[in-house]
Design a protein around this ligand. Sequence first.
Ligand SMILES: *[C@@H]1O[C@H](CO)[C@@H](O)[C@H](O)[C@H]1NC(C)=O
Ligand SMILES: *[C@@H]1O[C@H](CO)[C@@H](O)[C@H](O)[C@H]1NC(C)=O
Ligand SMILES: *[C@@H]1O[C@H](CO)[C@@H](O)[C@H](O)[C@H]1NC(C)=O
Ligand SMILES: *[C@@H]1O[C@H](CO)[C@@H](O)[C@H](O)[C@H]1NC(C)=O
Ligand SMILES: *[C@@H]1O[C@H](CO)[C@@H](O)[C@H](O)[C@H]1NC(C)=O
Ligand SMILES: *[C@@H]1O[C@H](CO)[C@@H](O)[C@H](O)[C@H]1NC(C)=O
Ligand SMILES: *[C@@H]1O[C@H](CO)[C@@H](O)[C@H](O)[C@H]1NC(C)=O
Ligand SMILES: *[C@@H]1O[C@H](CO)[C@@H](O)[C@H](O)[C@H]1NC(C)=O
Ligand SMILES: *[C@@H]1O[C@H](CO)[C@@H](O)[C@H](O)[C@H]1NC(C)=O
Length: 480
Amino acid sequence: MEYSGRCLKHAYALSIVVLVHISASLSLFHHHADATRCVEREGEALLAIKQDLVDKGDRLSSWGSGSEAQKQDCCRWEGVYCDNQTGLVLQLDLGSAYSSGKISPKLIELHHLTYLDLSGNDFNGSQIPPFIGSLTNLRYLDLNSAGFGGQIPYQLVNLTHLQHLDLGCNDFFVYVENLNWLPHLSSLKYLDMTATNLSNVFDWLEKVNKLTNLRNLTLELCDLPPPFLSTLSHINSSKSLASVDLYGNNVISSIFKWLCNYNTTLVHLDLSSSKLSGLLPDVFGNMSSLGYLSLSDNQLEGGIPDSFAKLCGLQYLVISFNNLSGYISNLFESSCAQNSLEFLDVGFNQLAGPFPDLTKFLALKTLYLNTNQLSGTIPEGIGQLSKLEEIYVDNNHLEGVISETHFSQLSKLKYLDLSSNSLVLDFHPEWVPPFQLDHLYLGSCKMGPLFPKWLQTQKNLDFLSISDAGISESPIPSWF
Ligand SMILES: *[C@@H]1O[C@H](CO)[C@@H](O)[C@H](O)[C@H]1NC(C)=O
Ligand SMILES: *[C@@H]1O[C@H](CO)[C@@H](O)[C@H](O)[C@H]1NC(C)=O
Ligand SMILES: *[C@@H]1O[C@H](CO)[C@@H](O)[C@H](O)[C@H]1NC(C)=O
Ligand SMILES: *[C@@H]1O[C@H](CO)[C@@H](O)[C@H](O)[C@H]1NC(C)=O
Ligand SMILES: *[C@@H]1O[C@H](CO)[C@@H](O)[C@H](O)[C@H]1NC(C)=O
Ligand SMILES: *[C@@H]1O[C@H](CO)[C@@H](O)[C@H](O)[C@H]1NC(C)=O
Ligand SMILES: *[C@@H]1O[C@H](CO)[C@@H](O)[C@H](O)[C@H]1NC(C)=O
Ligand SMILES: *[C@@H]1O[C@H](CO)[C@@H](O)[C@H](O)[C@H]1NC(C)=O
Ligand SMILES: *[C@@H]1O[C@H](CO)[C@@H](O)[C@H](O)[C@H]1NC(C)=O
């Protein structure tokens, strides 16, 4: 489930990037259309590549067809981008072409290629062709979701100029034997090997540490073994790692020691669905650039450390599905993320104490405080958070009266869940809310005895739950 979900998401995001890329490049190409002239040998190589593919996405129909001029000039074919002076093919973009078949060895004729995108095709479990290792000018290689299988060829070792390598979401079901080729890709800034079975590569972190220019590392769902303790400190490793995504592995809390090395550079960190346990470490407080932190679905316990208040640029914080306890207010008191925090999810923990004072967190769009031990009333100040779109506070011990004031500025609200608390809703009978909800859950909120008239104003509701609301009006009014 998780596997395909993540990989589909990638494929989708990717296709958007590809589209943007195509339209940008196409306009460039039209502009210089007269200056380009395909090299005959490369045109023939492209036709051989077409020959070996089943063009299900109809992306290759312009190759070798059209007017006489277009037939001859491969620089005018879709997905082919040439140097405008020499006419040599520099970029080949077959991303999301939905083609199947095999990759012709003629590909290596395109020796000047710097950019090759074969993502989103179906090469039916065949190995990545080892001859790709001869395309030594490549800077960008995207083989995400391309149905490759078998072992990753060692020949990649020669791609020493590669800056961007995406091998994610293929069918490398057989475990990868080693990553001995990886440290040779010394220009690498971006590496994604999502859903590649690395369970046997015990020195994966040592290999990654040798990539001194690495900025983005994505190894989701790789069955990573725990790292060697000796590799946790870095000596010659990247100094500028900005993004680390190890979602869905068995990483344990020792990984924090390695992440300490990047306390000033990390912007994005995802360690969700892992085996983290024990207390949340103080080191996060020192990660001054952190904007995105997800630690959800682990076995973390104890309180939220005061050091979290130092994360001034935090936009996205997800620590749901752990066993965190203590007062939730620690997270908000003296936090300097007031102007940045947009997405907060601390749901499904044991957090207690009164409902936090959120009045200064004016950027908040999504708030999950559900399934905790919060008690007391919900302060009216929440009604000032005019960017709020989603509020989930269900399954707590909240009590008291909810009035119009709680929603006074919430014109963007779409999702509201107040259920399974001890709340009383008391609105003026003629109240016209500033929002149009599409999901509303008010189970066990007291609002009777009449059907609440304000519900009439909500024209877009997809889901409504008002069970156990103390409504006794009978018969049910016709507007309802
Ligand atoms: C070729 O492209 C470069 C940059 O992409 C541009 O600066 C140059 O003007 C172009 N030359 C011609 C002849 O179109
Ligand atoms: C895909 O590979 C399988 C097993 O190797 C083979 O039986 C099947 O014919 C291949 N399908 C295509 C379309 O090549
Ligand atoms: C890498 O390139 C060198 C020099 O071109 C060549 O001798 C070697 O065989 C290549 N290695 C692989 C694994 O392709
Ligand atoms: C990875 O490969 C190992 C060894 O073949 C196997 O035991 C393990 O189940 C595989 N992991 C996944 C997630 O498929
Ligand atoms: C670190 O880099 C220096 C210089 O490149 C080299 O001499 C040294 O052996 C490297 N240390 C390690 C542990 O790789
Ligand atoms: C690398 O990570 C940074 C920080 O999260 C992000 O801004 C950037 O877009 C990522 N680069 C790529 C190519 O995805
Ligand atoms: C955080 O940074 C401070 C000063 O910059 C340092 O004294 C402290 O040891 C660091 N804490 C951690 C856990 O790295
Ligand atoms: C980052 O971590 C290093 C070593 O772990 C520590 O010496 C340094 O003070 C930390 N810097 C900050 C800003 O926290
Ligand atoms: C969560 O923590 C509480 C005490 O804080 C403990 O009683 C409980 O067993 C823990 N639950 C899990 C699943 O670890």
